[in-house]
Design a protein around this ligand. Structure first.
Ligand code: NOJ
Length: 484
């Protein structure tokens, strides 16, 4: 039974651990530790409250073991960052191995080269948006002019491909009424995937808006021009606006969750949609699209109210509930790593405004509770973590949700949190192969990699996590926050 999934859980959770370190050293967002009314202490032993303990007290009395081997870890981080980046590029049509000659069109992002057990040789709208966003972040950090990879052109090919995908009639529907935009996956030659599937999945258009609008922001930042499109307004009018309209039409409709299993309302879908509408408001304002701005504004207010009253918070649970319909039927506890991923995707860590506009940022007590509850559940649930408990290591491998059966000291405050975040990345280090290649999951009993190999999303998630780590360490070094 495969439960621990690299792409679906662990890597992103590391990101939240790392973002919390960032919050600690930059303090752009107030951590509400004085009002942690709901940041409950739950767990089987004292160390189950570890996260709260280090956030509140900084110094832990006990000697905790954060990493198996500090030097090996640092060496691995360096190597893995490059490996992951290359892993993303390798899976984009026109970049190397995959191109029109083997049926992968330019700008198409395959989920994985695996063609059987499982067959992931498709393009998923969600995976592609998440992976390409990592390329956008690379450009943000490194600039466009000195970019040897010609990322700007690769990203534009993804944007162009998105234009084409929107217009393909598929089993979810067509372009006329925009219903086809909910289709989760396509063949790599841009023909529809016609087999049975969990469709529609309404997070796809939202994630695509996030990635493409981030790209437009970076072009603007570096004063760079588009080469495949006449101008930014064209992309707004002909791609982004379709996705925004899709959200306005469908935010109140049920759809399949990002794990492609449950047809209902989901926090991940709703929260990423809200973030997309917030971006839409800025774009509509920028392009003087007043009538559409007004429509977006109504949608944003309604969706935000739904997020706050739609059952994602309940007095029956101290954490956020990913899929309320299952929780209220007693079919699931509600805990799901998707909640954490949703928070990360929907908040730009550098924007104070996001904290007030969009619920459940990383300092939100409910969100912190969700993180704590996931760790405390899964450290016992997954056999591969038992060794870690035994040897006193405090970072753990985490899966998607508790019910999942899919195969598939003497430190100061800052350095304690740093080590804590690293200890989650260290779990990844333990399970990837010698070269650094990553598949979709690792087995909860044996710890061996399994599922689709070279999963683009795993590379994107790990690369993103290491990127945050490096940013945080830089800030800490320059502010002296690292000194013990
Ligand atoms: C299964 C995951 O649950 C889903 O989120 C993902 O889009 C596909 N695999 C492809 O990676």
């Amino acid at each position: 039974m495969k439960v621990i999934s690299l792409c679906d859980g662990l890597c992103k959770l590391i990101v939240i651990a790392w973002l919390l370190v960032l919050v600690d050293c930059q303090l752009p967002i107030p951590i509400q530790l004085t009002t942690v009314k709901d940041f409950v202490l739950f767990g089987k032993d004292d160390d189950d409250n570890f996260f709260l303990k280090i956030l509140k007290n900084g110094v832990s009395k006990k000697n905790y073991k954060f990493l198996e081997d500090d030097d090996a870890f640092e060496e691995w981080i360096e190597k893995e960052k490059n490996y992951c980046f290359q892993g993303i590029l390798n899976n984009i049509g026109g970049m190397g191995k995959f191109n029109a000659s083997n049926g992968v069109l330019e700008g198409v992002v395959i989920a994985s080269p695996s063609r059987s057990d499982p067959d992931y040789f498709y393009q998923w709208v969600r995976d592609a948006a998440l992976a390409v966003n990592s390329l956008v972040e690379y450009l943000d950090d490194n600039g466009i002019d000195n970019d040897d990879y010609k990322l700007s052109s690769i990203i534009e090919s993804y944007v162009e491909n998105s234009y084409n995908l929107q217009r393909i009639t598929n089993p979810s529907g067509g372009f006329e009424d925009l219903s086809g935009l909910g289709e989760p996956k396509f063949l790599t030659n841009n023909t529809p995937f016609s087999e049975n599937w969990g469709r529609p999945q309404n997070d796809g258009p939202a994630l695509r808006i996030l990635t493409i609008s981030n790209f437009l922001k970076i072009l603007n930042k570096y004063n760079s021009k588009l080469t495949r499109f006449p101008n930014e307004k064209y992309i707004y009018e002909n791609i982004l606006k379709n996705d925004l309209k899709f959200i306005l039409l469908n935010w109140n409709e049920d759809s399949f969750d990002l794990w492609e299993e449950i047809y209902s309302k989901h926090l991940f879908t709703s929260l990423t949609q809200l973030k997309a509408l917030q971006i839409g408001l800025k774009l509509a304002n920028f392009f003087n699209d007043q009538d559409f701005y007004n429509e977006l504004s109504i949608g944003f207010t309604q969706l935000k109210a739904f997020l706050q009253a739609g059952g994602f918070e309940s007095s029956a649970a101290p954490y956020l509930i990913e899929t309320p319909s299952l929780f209220f039927k007693n079919a699931r506890k509600g805990l799901d790593i998707a909640t954490i991923l949703a928070s990360l995707r929907s908040h730009d860590i550098t924007s104070i405004e996001d904290v007030s506009d969009i619920p459940y940022d990383i300092s939100d007590p409910y969100l912190l509770n969700t993180f704590t509850a996931l760790v405390n559940d899964m450290k016992y649930r997954y056999p591969i973590n038992h060794q870690r408990i035994k040897f006193g290591t405090i970072g753990f491998g985490l899966g998607r949700y508790p019910e999942d059966v899919y195969n598939g000291v003497g430190y100061d405050f800052s350095s304690s949190v740093v080590k804590y975040a690293d200890s989650f990345l260290d779990v990844v280090r333990e399970h990837v192969d010698g070269q650094g290649s990553m598949s979709e999951q690792f087995n909860k009993y044996t710890g061996y990699m399994e599922g689709a190999d070279d999963l683009t999303w795993s590379y994107g998630a790990t690369w993103g996590s290491i990127r945050w780590r490096n940013k945080v360490l830089d800030i800490m070094n320059t502010t002296g926050a690292m000194a013990t």
